[in-house]
Design a protein. Sequence first.
Length: 743
Amino acid sequence: MQIPQRQAKIAYPQVSLLPKTLTCLQKNGLYPLYCHQAQSVDLDREKCNLVVATPSASGKTMCYNIPVMQVVERERFATALYIFPTKALAQDQLRRLKELFIPDFLKDEQIAAYDGSTSQHLRSDIRRNVRIMLTNPDMLNSGILPYHQNFARFLRHLQYIVVDEAHEYRGIFGSHVANVLRRLRRICTFYGASPKFIMCSATIGNPQELCARLTGLDFALVDEDGSPFGGREFVFWNPPIKDQESQTRRSHSMETVDIFVALIEARIRSICFARSRRGAEFIYQKSKERLKEKDPEVADLIMPYRAGYLESERRRIEKLLFNGHLLGVCATSALEMGIDVGGLDAAVLCGYPGSISSTWQQAGRSGRSGLKALSFLAAADNPLDQYIMRHSDFFFNGEYEKSLINPFNENIMPKHLLEAAWEIPLSNKDTAFFGYECKKYIDNLLKKDLLSERRQHYYLAAGTDCPAKDINLRSAGETTFGLVDIDSGDFLEHMEFHYVIMQGYPGAVYIHQGLTYVITQVDYDKCLVYTKRQDVSYYTETQDLTETRVLNTLTSHQFGHLEILFGEVSVTTKVTGYHCRESGSDALLTTVELDSPPLTYSTQALWFNINQTILNHAREGGLDIFGGLHAIEHAVIGIMPLYALCDRNDIGGVSTPCHADTGQASIFIYDGYAGGMGIAKYTAENMPNLWRAALAVIAECPCTADDGCPACIQSPKCGNNNKPLDKRAAANILLELLALCMS
């Protein structure tokens, strides 16, 4: 697809900028403004909270920097808080802010990052002098809000709260951050401040709704992009079919390696994105091996980058990339955000990232200088990727997905209410910040003696330590494990508890910085996972069994003569073993049985029942009913990221010819996190659209096997080894379900 270049759309604010601000912008070549920047300035004058949702490299930072420059010029003591999702992004923006603000507006010590890397001896100086503070949600949660008295001067004069990369705050992380931002608003009110929010997001389907749920406030939207664009060639690369009978395709990971290596050999500075930590390490490992054989001169000019690495290592790689010392990097979505990675010419995406928004974010990491860029998307052999390959118009012309969070999650909000009580005693007036949902949680905390009530205020129980230190913003209360090399004793990285259960069992292969390790032991008491460095030519694939029980039906949605139910369920998953598959070919080598502890949690789910008439029609056609239900479950889960910003691993499913709680043939789709994230709830309201897309995936797939293929109904995370599956039964049942919806 040729995406044409675009000229800048210039505009001027309705009211002239202040003299010093205008001079600074002109000096830096930032004036006149793009239309979305000018609109942001105008809406800011109307006292609106503002969300700017435009593509990568469109100049969103000026939509908040200009209002801050204006207030700093106008008011002697005004302060601003900038919140970024990562320390790396905050440090990157700190450099740019100092170039813009110093010396015309502020002194060097008045702009500073305050995060976990800030040395103790500098912190008091920063609190005393800073007027623009850069931080991240983790530091805000545990190092600023609990000790707000130390920041009283800064908070009293706070005029703006800037939240950049707001689209990153979804799922578990976003639900935590929503509570952190509500705690921040509450403390600002305590100091007599009422700062405006300016939030920036990549293009998503619901930017205003997301920002409202993050803060509890209303927002005005700016989404017209006036920035220039150098054009892009976007190549959708579907790996060739290697087996005509099964219609399976060559590994998209190996296709990605071929593309990435070819770009590096041509000295084209490139970034390669993988869907997982393992994927990034695998592509780096294979690319380096290939380059050593074909072009040794550049073999050491590529590196991997992902979450889990020690912070010092990530900073080193970022610096090498920014300075142009690297030709390429193999990364996860950790580099999807706006860290300045220097002038990159090409982006290679190993598999569809799961959303239109993320795809454009990753592709947009190349071509930032305004020159024409090149992007590749190498499709995986799964329903979502193959749907995109066959329906490219859905990608280039379709609607962006919605970002979903649940601030009122039962495993998240109570922890923040306890922390809020530590910061300032709670009262019934705090429903203005946390919503009326907080009342039931406060009552529960009182019953558990975690809060005490005195004179219509709720206090933290005596002797309780600061609760914030136990809040992990990136999990729903999970324990974090350390990954250790058993031979050297070196600490390698962190693993969340659910990841240990599902991927960290003894025998599992783990890749760290291009090196393979085999997990030898899990110590649940000490929260340690022991590994042994070992070169292996295979990877491991988890096998598990899952069951659901209905706890509470909350709502139902009627579509014609068909009912979709939504409510609370209990999910129990037990890892029963794993497959060893050959790296590159994915061929099955062996299967190992395990007896692992079960993982049980309560979450939200949708479910629907298939009536006896539909089942009888399938039987009369000689079709496998269980195989049809199982195939529908896989196809629907595979296609869900088309409609909601989620990953396939964020959701799970169970299908059965007779469920214990419904007494009927039923299919359950559930949120993969305790308490639910709103994915199942949103999907329940839009189920017919998913059935239509799932039917298209099944009907359009060229495979002829009864059990389908990975591109239609086979799932890489199926705990039952993709058995039984019946492609024809799934298509027939879906047709009848859709007919019932229309009747």
